[in-house]
Design a protein around this ligand. Structure first.
Ligand code: ADP
Length: 218
């Protein structure tokens, strides 16, 4: 059986989550107190319903407990976001993912029992900055405070060399997870694989080590 999702708050973030899940074929209940937002998404998702999520009875009437994952994507109204999360928690829903506006908001959400808190604006800001600082970095995913995965364009330093010759693991302490050549993705690179001009490397490592590798690549 496929997972089912309820998305509360259909702003830019919640709307995008709901549409993406629907396009992937998942059952999605989309909820907003703004009738226009509900109307706009009604043709795309399985069910779209107007309701105020700070009203416990309204949430109960939606049968929200039956959904596997609830995403609370209320942005600016922090009080509504916290109240909604608290009510959902008390109702005993399966999994609650909540969008936070700030670190403090996130802390409160974890304290009251959110299973996962996401910071889309902060995280996107960080990813964009990494690309601005070094144009060789195409993308950046923070795994923890210290570890990340980066996509780096392989500049001169790498060209025509095998992974063994580059010896990235021993010299930089990072691991090349994948090499992309044009449209081809090599997700299990061997030590004898050669890096070509224009290739892109997906590298995992400690942030300090990734920085050193990236400086070589610049
Ligand atoms: P974003 O930054 O992702 O665009 P917004 O804050 O603009 O987020 O959008 C949040 C959405 O959540 C709005 O459509 C708003 O109507 C909805 N919303 C806010 N409070 C409630 C609530 N108590 N119940 C249902 N929907 C709500």
């Amino acid at each position: 059986m496929s997972k089912t999702f309820a998305i509360i708050g259909l702003g830019r973030f919640g709307g995008s989550v709901a549409k993406t899940l629907s396009s992937m074929g998942y059952e999605v209940l989309a909820v907003d107190r703004n009738p226009q937002r509900v109307q706009d998404i009604s043709q795309i998702v399985t069910h779209a319903i107007e309701a105020d999520s700070t009203d416990e009875n309204a949430l109960k009437a939606l049968g929200i407990r039956n959904f596997d994952v609830i995403v609370v994507a209320i942005g600016d109204d922090i009080q509504a976001s916290i109240m909604t999360t608290l009510i959902l928690k008390e109702m005993g829903v399966n999994k609650i993912v909540v969008k936070a506006q700030s670190e403090l908001h996130g802390k409160v959400l974890y304290k009251i029992g959110a299973d996962r808190v996401v910071f889309p604006e902060r995280d996107m800001g960080i990813r964009v900055v990494h690309n601005l600082i070094s144009p060789n970095i195409l993308d950046y995913v923070e795994l923890s405070k210290d570890y990340s995965i980066v996509e780096i364009i392989a500049r001169d330093f790498f060209h025509g060399k095998t992974l063994q010759e580059l010896d990235i693991r021993a010299r930089f302490g990072c691991n090349v997870m994948a090499i992309k050549s044009g449209e081809k993705f090599n997700i299990a690179p061997a030590s004898t694989d050669i890096i070509h001009e224009g290739d892109m490397l997906v590298v995992i490592g400690h942030n300090d080590d990734l920085k050193k590798l990236q400086q070589k690549a610049d």
